[in-house]
Design a protein around this ligand. Structure first.
Ligand SMILES: C[S@@+](CC[C@H](N)C(=O)[O-])C[C@H]1O[C@@H](n2cnc3c(N)ncnc32)[C@H](O)[C@@H]1O
Length: 264
């Protein structure tokens, strides 16, 4: 979830070392990914899903699209072996710089890339439209691709292009995990009754947004449309795990999670 994006994002604040020895960015530096207080907790939660629901193995190749400031990468360093390949890219340069300075030296198989892509919420000065960005990786090069809280900040034309790129870089039989705010009868009813943690007030056809003039701050998509995006790209949905964001009583995580496999 997007919290307040600092006007000038500083990555130079002192790092924190957690009791197990993991180096974490300072709370002020990591606030823009929405995880100042529960940064490590959320990373560990998703590492659990990667292993238990997505069957991630320690020697696989994985791509973290919109990797932020290492919230997923840091816990992954405790699980992935030396022969694994981790690639992450993001549009906020300071987060990539932090990861490159603080993760890669100890884990050279963890590589981070900056792409100067436009996003009104995260990189308003970005030069490249996301819909024209080719991921800098070969076809069929990853066993696993994941996006945590990224399509919750991207417009349909950009997201549809990213779906094509995800399918392109995944190996046949490879898996992806993507988080969303999904609009369906249950979540719409909860939003209308004021139970949702996100005020998705403004309707734009296939999606609703919290901010009228800056929809990329938080976007919820029609669930049927998201299923169609997977299907069009031969990404066969294996499971949908609904989240607590809209105020539902039974959930797995905060956002909705979709797991899919690229058809062979
Ligand atoms: C809420 S943060 C989540 C970051 C990270 N995935 C995590 O879970 O910690 C959303 C991230 O999406 C990134 N982002 C937004 N648009 C993007 C795009 N077109 N390509 C790659 N990353 C993007 C932002 O820069 C930001 O780091």
């Amino acid at each position: 979830m997007l919290e307040k994006l600092p006007a000038v994002f500083k990555s130079c604040r002192p790092n924190i070392v957690d009791p197990t020895g993991l180096v974490l960015p300072a709370p002020e530096s990591r606030a823009y990914v929405g995880g100042a207080d529960d940064f490590l907790e959320v990373g560990n939660e998703f590492l659990g899903y990667f292993k238990s629901i997505c069957n991630l193995k320690p020697d696989e190749s994985l791509l973290d699209v919109g990797c932020g400031i290492g919230r997923m990468a840091i816990p992954l360093t405790t699980y992935m072996g030396g022969t694994a390949r981790y690639e992450g890219f993001d549009i906020v340069k300071s987060g990539i710089d932090w990861c490159t300075e603080n993760i890669t030296p100890e884990h050279p198989n963890f590589q981070f890339h900056h792409s100067n892509i436009l996003n009104k919420a995260y990189n308003p000065g970005g030069r490249l439209p996301a819909a024209q960005y080719r991921f800098p990786f070969e076809d069929g090069s990853f066993d696993f691709v994941f996006l945590t809280s990224v399509f919750t900040h991207m417009l349909p034309v950009d997201m549809e292009h990213y779906f094509r790129e995800i399918a392109r870089v995944l190996k046949k039989g490879g898996r992806c995990l993507i988080t969303f705010f999904l609009l369906n009868p249950e979540s719409l009813k909860l939003i209308e009754s004021g139970k949702s943690t996100q005020a998705f007030t403004y309707g734009f056809g296939l999606y609703k947004a919290v901010q009228k003039n800056n929809p990329e701050a938080a976007i919820a998509y029609e669930e049927a449309y998201i299923h169609e995006c997977h299907k069009k790209n031969s990404l066969n949905i294996q499971a949908v795990h609904y989240g607590s964001w809209c105020g539902r009583g039974e959930y797995l995580s905060y956002q909705d999670i979709i797991i899919a496999q690229k058809l062979g």
